[in-house]
Design a protein around this ligand. Sequence first.
Ligand SMILES: NC(=O)C1=CN([C@@H]2O[C@H](COP(=O)(O)OP(=O)(O)OC[C@H]3O[C@@H](n4cnc5c(N)ncnc54)[C@H](O)[C@@H]3O)[C@@H](O)[C@H]2O)C=CC1
Ligand SMILES: O=C([O-])CC(=O)C(=O)O
Length: 308
Amino acid sequence: MKVTVVGAGAVGASCAEYIAIKDFASEVVLLDIKEGYAEGKAMDLMQTASLNGFDTKITGVTNDYSKTADSDICVITSGIPRKPGMTREELIGINAGIVKTVSSSLIEHSPNTIIIVVSNPMDTMTYLVHKSTDLPKNRIIGMGGALDSARFKYRLAEALGAPISDVDGMVIGGHSDKGMVPLIGKAVRNSVVVSEFLSEERMGQVVQDTKVGGATLTGLLGTSAWYAPGAAVSGMVQAIACDTKKIFPCSALLEGEFGLSDLSIGVPCILGANGIEKIVEISLSDAEKAKLAESAEGVKKTNGLLEL
Ligand SMILES: NC(=O)C1=CN([C@@H]2O[C@H](COP(=O)(O)OP(=O)(O)OC[C@H]3O[C@@H](n4cnc5c(N)ncnc54)[C@H](O)[C@@H]3O)[C@@H](O)[C@H]2O)C=CC1
Ligand SMILES: O=C([O-])CC(=O)C(=O)O
């Protein structure tokens, strides 16, 4: 199993590290445009192998796509991150060009690959890869909901005073400060809906804290987060590599599912060897449907800025 990660910055390196630590891939290629940068990150990571106990071989390359040839899975993290006060949507001007060039170079050398898009604004970048390449739709997947759901579980556990392993919940919709739809009505503590434990007001706070999770970290760090994003990507890569058929909310191209079409947005998906094996059309309440529709409008507005 060969995995390429483009962008050896904060998220790309974290992603490579978690993939290696989980020890399911034979090889991870890190590629960056900055001379020597990916080579340095790869060497540093390889020097953790004996300490962390993995056999995955990590190599770094400067913009040499021939070294990525025949990758089973490619992750795109190249592009600029936001700074405090910015939205993810403001990154489109620079990141669209990068994502378009990178995806076409990857496919040239790995025509059968599955692509996971991370660069922001992620739903729009995922849609751009659908529009600008010939890969089938099950092989282009955006990462956002896996991270947002992890943040939702963190906030739920905090509100409940419960261990994180006791809570479950999912976030669907666009990966943006306003567009996320944390499904609070379906969130559970050991199979009991959280409304049994939390007031309406506290649940509203959990939802709001989840939606601005990325912005909160950007304010604290001066740039956006990387540990949880890297872990979220590695979980999706593992589900595909090991054909686990686990459900992750992913940005998938919709063609009528949930009453939506011609956009990529976060919905529950079964991930396996074929990438998105199935979009799971869970039933939503009227309020949840309205929020998803509003979120889709926001994503489409950003898609409208693409030069296709
Ligand atoms: N979808 C999600 O949930 C998340 C998305 N992100 C996004 O991921 C992206 C990366 O974030 P960070 O790693 O923090 O940024 P970073 O600045 O640390 O790393 C980005 C790397 O991309 C490289 N790069 C730029 N253009 C390139 C090209 N044409 N080819 C190859 N490499 C290129 C840069 O040299 C840099 O090393 C940002 O757009 C950020 O907004 C970040 C966290 C979560
Ligand atoms: O907040 C950002 O810009 C990066 C990101 O998508 C996240 O951490 O959720």
